[in-house]
Design a protein around this ligand. Structure first.
Ligand code: UP5
Ligand code: MG
Length: 190
């Protein structure tokens, strides 16, 4: 999983302002990767097995803003794919996002939770399909994560200062995590 923090420039402007055109120019001359939120949504809409294709189609036709979970997942995947292929590609022009408060909040929360915590969210959401747990849904998860960041992380940091924390990259498979002694490090950073 990607541990490097992406650097992001948002390119915003009205419909047809020339966002895409200028982003294409910029990537010719600078080491940025251009990601258009609108293009990603249109691609997702045209994927045959897409769960959100129909919803995206309706929103786009109405000129409404697609719920942030969908857009942010597409952006996150695109950024991760880019960075995983080439670790020098961590600078992004994000074109046409964020477009409203919902977008902004979703982005801020995702950033605050680091990219790593998104894995935890996805795991709980996936588990929520069958777990029956009342807190395995997006609304509760946002609250659980906020509590984790505000209350629990400081405890881990406290132990870290005493040299008592071992950090494990839990984004790998269950087997890799349990057998990953070589990747365990002493650190206060997570
Ligand atoms: N052109 C460009 N620059 C020119 C110039 N200086 N002089 C003359 N002509 C110029 O340019 C538009 C056209 O103008 C082109 O023909 C170009 O050659 C010419 P373009 O670069 O395509 O402009 P751009 O700003 O990218 O226009 P775009 O249509 O992409 O803007 P929108 O913001 O409307 O579209 P987007 O794809 O971003 O979003 C579409 C929809 O997706 C939204 O309405 C929304 O429903 C949904 N959406 C979300 O819900 N959430 C998101 O986060 C993003 C999108
Ligand atoms: Mg565009």
């Amino acid at each position: 999983f990607v541990s490097m923090k992406p650097q992001v420039v948002f390119v915003l402007g009205g419909p047809g302002a020339g966002k895409g055109t200028q982003c294409a120019r910029i990537v010719e001359n600078y080491s940025y990767t251009h990601l258009s939120a609108g293009d990603l949504l249109r691609q997702e809409r045209s994927r045959k097995d897409s769960e959100s294709g129909q919803l995206i189609d309706t929103y786009i036709k109405e000129g409404k803003i697609v719920p942030v979970e969908i857009t942010i997942n597409l952006l996150r995947k695109a950024m991760e794919d880019t960075m995983q292929k080439d670790e020098d590609k961590f600078r992004f022009l994000i074109d046409g996002f964020p477009r409203n408060q919902d977008n902004l909040q979703g982005w801020t929360l995702t950033r605050r939770c680091c990219w790593c915590l998104q894995v935890c969210i996805d795991r709980c959401l996936e588990r929520g399909k069958s777990s029956g747990r009342s807190d395995d849904n997006r609304e509760s998860l946002e609250k659980r994560l906020r509590t984790y960041l505000q209350s629990t992380r400081p405890i881990i940091e406290l132990y870290g200062e005493q040299g008592k924390v071992r950090t494990i990259d839990a984004s790998r498979t269950v087997d890799e995590v349990s057998g990953g002694g070589d990747r365990v490090s002493w650190s206060t950073s997570h």
